[in-house]
Ligand binder design. Structure first.
Ligand code: UGA
Length: 433
C-alpha cells in the first residue's frame, strides 16, 4: 500500500483482515512510526482496533523504504493524495507521479499495480507508459485503476462491504489479478463493473460530482425556501419518499467540505476544460458557488442575531470537523465560518469532540474550549456547524443556563426548533422560516 493516509491506512488494515500479508509505505517517517506502534494518526471509528489486530497478526507492517515495498509486493496499491493545486482548480499529481516514478525502477518481476487515488481522466494511461518505460519487468507489470468510494467516518465498513467495485483495466491479466485480490468481496455479492482505464477514473469524479450536485440542489431549494418563508427540511422529507430521488445527501445546511468533494468537482472542471468539453461541466461552477454561498448566509444569520455587528461579541462555534465522526478539517465549512467571524471582530470559542488538534494546527489564531459548555459560557451567540450526535442531543435548558444570550444558528438543520424556541432561544437555521 503506497501512501498511508485515510485511504491507504484503511485499505492496508482491511486487506490484512481479508487474509493478505500487507506492507504500508509512506514517505512520512512520523506517520510510519505511529502506525507501526498501533497509533492511528487520525480519527476513524473501528480502524484503531483493525490496525492493532493486523499488527498483532504479524501480517501487517509499515515502512518508509520503496525497495522494501517493491520487493515485498505482488500487488501494489497506489493510495496517495491528489489535493487541489495552489491557486488553480486542477489536481496536483505530484504525489501520484512520485509514487509511480519511485516504484517503477524497483519492479524486476511480474506484478500488478493498482491506482486507487482520485485522478483526472488520462492519468492511468500516462502511468502505464511510465511503468513500461522504467520497470525492469516492463510488460510483465500490469496496471489497473480501481477507484475508492469510502466515506470518512465509515471507512472500514465501506472498504469491507463496498456498494460496488470498479475495475479499470487494459488487459485480461489485470482483471484476473483484481478478481483474485477481491475474491472474498465478490463472493459476498459485491457487484463488479469492469471498464477501461479512463472510464474507471471518471466513475470516481462523476460519483463525487453527483453527490455534490445533490447537496447543492437542496441548498438552492433552501435559498428559495428562505425567500418564500417555506421549510426546506419538510421539502426534503417529502422529496425523499420518491424512490427516484431518494433522501440521502439531501440535508440542507452549511454545505459540503472535506478533502474530496470540493477539490474533486474543481479538478473535474479543469480536466473537462483540457479535454475541450468545459461546457459539459459548467453547471459544477454553480454547484460550487451555491455551496460557498451557504457559508455567507450562515454569517448573515449570525449577524442578524447579534444586532448587525460582531465587534466584541462572544460567539461559541460547536463543530470544527467538515462532518461528524471525523477529525478532518480540510475545507471545513465550520472553521471557515468561525475564522471569518473572528476576522470580523467576534471573540470566537470553538469546540469539537474530535477535531481540536487538527483545527488548532490549521487555525491557530482561533480560541478553543474543552467542552460545549465551556465554549458557550457567557456567549452572545451559539453556532452549531457540524452535527455531531452530542450537539444534536443538547438540552436547550442546560445550554441556556451558561450563555449570556439565548441565540442559536443551527447550521445543519439538526436541532428541533420547537423545543429550542420553547426554552426561550432565538433559533435561526438555513432554509427554514
Ligand atoms: C466523499 C464521498 O461520499 C465518498 O464516496 C468518496 O469516496 C470520498 O468523498 C472521497 O472522494 O474520498 P467524504 O468526503 O468522506 O466522502 O464525506 P461525505 O460523507 O460525502 O460528506 C461530504 C460533505 O457533504 C460533508 O461536509 C457533509 O457535511 C456534506 N453533506 C453531506 C451535506 O451538507 N449534506 C448532505 O446531505 C450530505
Amino acid at each position: 500500500m503506497l501512501g498511508t493516509g485515510y485511504l491507504g491506512a484503511t485499505h492496508a488494515a482491511c486487506m490484512t483482515e481479508l487474509g493478505f500479508d500487507v506492507v504500508g509505505l509512506d514517505v512520512d517517517r512520523d506517520k510510519v512510526a505511529r502506525l507501526s506502534a498501533g497509533d492511528l494518526p487520525f480519527f476513524e471509528p473501528e480502524l484503531p482496533e483493525l490496525l492493532c489486530k493486523g499488527l498483532a497478526s504479524g501480517r501487517l507492517r509499515f515502512t518508509t523504504s520503496y525497495e522494501d515495498a517493491a520487493d515485498f509486493g505482488d500487488v501494489h496499491f497506489v493510495c496517495v493524495g491528489t489535493p487541489q493545486k495552489l491557486g488553480e482548480n486542477a489536481a496536483d499529481l505530484t504525489h501520484v507521479a512520485a509514487a509511480f516514478s519511485s516504484l517503477a525502477p524497483l519492479l524486476p518481476r511480474r506484478c500488478l499495480v493498482v491506482g486507487k487515488s482520485t485522478v483526472p481522466a488520462g492519468t492511468a494511461a500516462l502511468m502505464a507508459r511510465l511503468l513500461l518505460a522504467h520497470a525492469p519487468a516492463a510488460e510483465h507489470v500490469a496496471l489497473a485503476w480501481s477507484p475508492e468510494f469510502l466515506r470518512e467516518g465509515n471507512a472500514v465498513h465501506d472498504t469491507l462491504r463496498p456498494d460496488r467495485l470498479v475495475f479499470g483495466v487494459a488487459d485480461a491479466e489485470a482483471e484476473r489479478g483484481l478478481r483474485e485480490v477481491y475474491a472474498a468481496l465478490i463472493e459476498a455479492g459485491v457487484p463488479v463493473v469492469v471498464t477501461d482505464l479512463a472510464t474507471a477514473e471518471l466513475v470516481k469524479v462523476a460519483a463525487n460530482a453527483f453527490l455534490a450536485t445533490k447537496i447543492s440542489f437542496i441548498n438552492a431549494m433552501a435559498e428559495v425556501c428562505e425567500a418564500a418563508r417555506a421549510d426546506v427540511t419538510k421539502l426534503s422529507e417529502a422529496l425523499s419518499y420518491d424512490n427516484r430521488i431518494g433522501g440521502r445527501f439531501l440535508n440542507a445546511g452549511l454545505g459540503f467540505g472535506g478533502g474530496c468533494l470540493p477539490k474533486d468537482i474543481r479538478a473535474f472542471m479543469a480536466r473537462a476544460g483540457e479535454l475541450g468539453v468545459d461546457q459539459a461541466l459548467s453547471f459544477l461552477r454553480e454547484v460550487d458557488s451555491i455551496n460557498l454561498r451557504r457559508r455567507d448566509r450562515a454569517i448573515d444569520l449570525a449577524r442578524e442575531l447579534t444586532d448587525g455587528t460582531f465587534a466584541g461579541k462572544r460567539v461559541a462555534v460547536l463543530g470544527a470537523a467538515f462532518k461528524p465522526n471525523s477529525d478532518d478539517v480540510r475545507d471545513s465549512p465550520a472553521l471557515d465560518v468561525a475564522s471569518r467571524l473572528h476576522q470580523q471582530g467576534a471573540l470566537v470559542e470553538v469546540y469539537d469532540p474530535q477535531a481540536m488538534d487538527s483545527a488548532r494546527a490549521r487555525f491557530p489564531h482561533l480560541s478553543y474550549a474543552a467542552s460545549t459548555l465551556a465554549a458557550s459560557r457567557d456567549a452572545d451567540l451559539v453556532l452549531m456547524l457540524t452535527e455531531w450526535a452530542e450537539f444534536r442531543e443538547l438540552d436547550p435548558a442546560v445550554l441556556g443556563s451558561v450563555v449570556r444570550q439565548r441565540r442559536i444558528v443551527d447550521g445543519r438543520n439538526a436541532l428541533d426548533p420547537v423545543s429550542w424556541r420553547a426554552a426561550g432561544w432565538q433559533y435561526r437555521a438555513l432554509g427554514r422560516p
